[in-house]
Design a protein around this ligand. Structure first.
Ligand code: COA
Length: 260
């Protein structure tokens, strides 16, 4: 078994966070949830990081769910606390001020799909399988899956995945809007890197503005969402990046965004 449940590497402004328990298909135990939370906190606070890629170690799984061995003996109170621990991590990822790409390199089941759904973009290999199989354990999703899947793919798909518990293919997940893109397994790294590099060169404050307004808009009435969009749109005019982006367009050159 590996010593650290999560590994972190940087390639320029791209931070890669890898769930590192391949012999357990990267199942999420409490120590892994805590390590992931710490890794995302660090990414949020590091100005050199402009985009995060989240993936799972090994050839088989992104994350095969919560650690069944660890949760099997929990009491009701401990079960609720485990759920809250997972939900806090998902919320941290979802509200990160920089984009997070889930690179789904195999099974994303239960907590694995919930983890992927907390990310802002999802790219999956064509041999990946995703699902909410908790029903087969006498359980329900506990890291926000019932709520995020509902918002992402609608009631029919959510009821199907949660009630029947059968994993679906990456292609079907794409058709349902659960993943943004499906690529051949041997192209997954390159395609993800292409997205990550593009995001690393984009204007960080405008990325953050987009993340903010889309997140808030998904949770409030349209009038409030529109007002918030206008306020954030106005705020962009105070950034050097906005001046640089518009000037570069008019001067027919590529902009250089500094994140100011
Ligand atoms: N929690 C704990 N351990 C897990 C796990 C999980 N969610 N998923 C896989 N593992 C472990 C297995 O117990 C096995 O460990 P072992 O070698 O020490 O026995 C190892 O990972 C490999 O898994 P295995 O089941 O042998 O691989 P497989 O290729 O036959 O099947 C899956 C792959 C994903 C279909 C199967 O592992 C599975 O159904 N996992 C559970 C999925 C799930 O219900 N997730 C929701 C949890 S709430």
């Amino acid at each position: 078994m590996s010593d650290t449940p999560v590994s972190v590497t940087d390639q320029g402004a791209i931070r890669r966070i890898t769930v590192n328990r391949p012999d357990k298909l990267n199942a999420l135990n409490a120590a892994t949830l805590d390590a992931l939370l710490a890794a995302f906190e660090a990414a949020a606070g590091d100005p050199a990081v402009r985009v995060v890629v989240l993936t799972g170690a090994g050839p088989k799984a992104f994350v095969a769910g919560a650690d069944i061995a660890e949760i099997s003996a929990l009491s009701a109170v401990e079960g609720r606390d485990f759920s809250l621990r997972g939900q806090r991590l998902m919320r941290r990822i979802e509200t990160l001020p920089k984009p997070v790409i889930a690179m789904i390199n195999g099974f994303a089941l239960g907590g694995g799909l919930e983890l992927a759904m907390a990310c802002h973009l999802r790219i999956a290999s064509d041999n990946a399988k995703v699902g909410q199989p908790e029903i087969n354990l006498g359980l329900i999703p506990g890291f926000g899956g019932s709520q995020r899947l509902l918002r992402l793919a609608g009631r029919a798909a959510t009821l199907e995945l949660c009630l029947l518990g059968a994993p679906i293919t990456a292609e079907r997940a794409y058709q349902l809007g659960i993943v943004n893109k499906v690529v051949a397994a041997d192209a997954l790294e390159a395609e993800t890197t292409q997205w990550a590099e593009q995001l690393a060169q984009a204007a960080p404050l405008a990325l953050r503005g987009n993340l903010d307004v889309i997140h808030v808009g998904g949770e409030c009435a349209i009038e409030e969402g529109l007002q918030y969009e206008s306020a954030q749109f106005g705020l962009m005019f105070s950034t050097e990046d906005m001046r640089e982006g518009t000037r570069a367009f008019l001067e027919r050159r590529k902009p250089q965004f500094a994140g100011r």
